[in-house]
Design a protein around this ligand. Sequence first.
Ligand SMILES: Nc1nc2c(ncn2[C@@H]2O[C@H](COP(=O)(O)OP(=O)(O)OP(=O)(O)O)[C@@H](O)[C@H]2O)c(=O)[nH]1
Length: 367
Amino acid sequence: MALPNRLRRLLLGSDPRLARMLGYWAATCLLYFIGAALLILQVRAGAADHDSAVLLIGIGATGVAVFAVLVRASIVMGIAPSTLAAWQALFAIACNIGAYVVTGPLRGVYLIFLLVVLVFCTFSLRPRHTMLLCAYTLGILGATMVWLVATYPATYPAYVEGVHFASAACALISVTLLTGEMSKLRLRLKQQKEDLLAAMATIRKLATVDELTSLANRRHMNEVLVAQERRIDPAGQPTCLALIDLDFFKSVNDRYGHAAGDAVLRAFSAAARSELRAQDVLARWGGEEFLLLLPATTMTQAILVVERMAERVAAAPVAEISGGMRITFSAGLAQRHDREPFADTINRADKALYNAKSTGRNRISLG
Ligand SMILES: Nc1nc2c(ncn2[C@@H]2O[C@H](COP(=O)(O)OP(=O)(O)OP(=O)(O)O)[C@@H](O)[C@H]2O)c(=O)[nH]1
């Protein structure tokens, strides 16, 4: 892995949610720097108290650093993004109100910052939580303004604070209502996306899996074969195919009924599949016929696999059939020649299967 990639992974992690949260954190950082710069300008102009400004900048910087660590570790620590966003918002609001108190005539700017904090919450908080946050902000802001007017009436005239509070309340409430609507829209979109993904998974399953046996269906097997034909196998990697057909299956249906026949097909599929490796593919090719693909398998190995399969299938109990009838099958086995189209290998396996049937069934013939 290249060094910048490694560094990126170390800083941002590999989870896209984490990268997004760190993106929001970077935006709050920017806000903090602008707020701090404004405070320094006010101190230089003699409009803000130096010590209070330094203390506030220190608290803000510590908060920003602590949240960087918390965001980075949130997934490991199991902290929900919404919880972290709420903490960050509470902290940012407290800092902004602190800056409002410390800053001189330009303090109105921090009221705009309060709005920005609430807008950010749209992306991570539920509408109800954003409303609670708005109420908390207005409560603390109102109480602070009353205290300022009562303690320093010359610096914080009542009519100025009144106008500040009224405009902040109008803006914050409007933004909260608006962001509430946006949050609902976002949640609806998220739900729709999840529904769509679930529907796509169902469609994919229906398109690739045989409903009765849960094996791959013929369509999917054809896709697998096409993909296999396009692959360039390393030299000396043989592939075998087996066409498998249950013996005297019609008589199962006739004697025990169609439902029992279905049960036999399911029992065969489960038993046969239990003998296969992860890379082998067994598909229902049609009716009571199955196609088995054995990649990286020699003919000798394939014979052993199909024999083991036959033993397992014969021993599989089928509750729907009384009298302990044994399920047997006949198989035509063929090894794919170099670059041979699978259609031709299947043809050879089919001829071998015909041979197995005509020479007595319950056996493997080679094609
Ligand atoms: N229960 C059930 N029967 C099926 C299904 N698909 C095909 N069949 C039946 O499978 C039977 C196949 O009969 P045949 O082709 O004569 O084969 P067989 O009786 O197994 O005879 P051999 O293959 O020659 O040993 C037919 O009766 C089909 O109706 C299915 O999904 N469920």
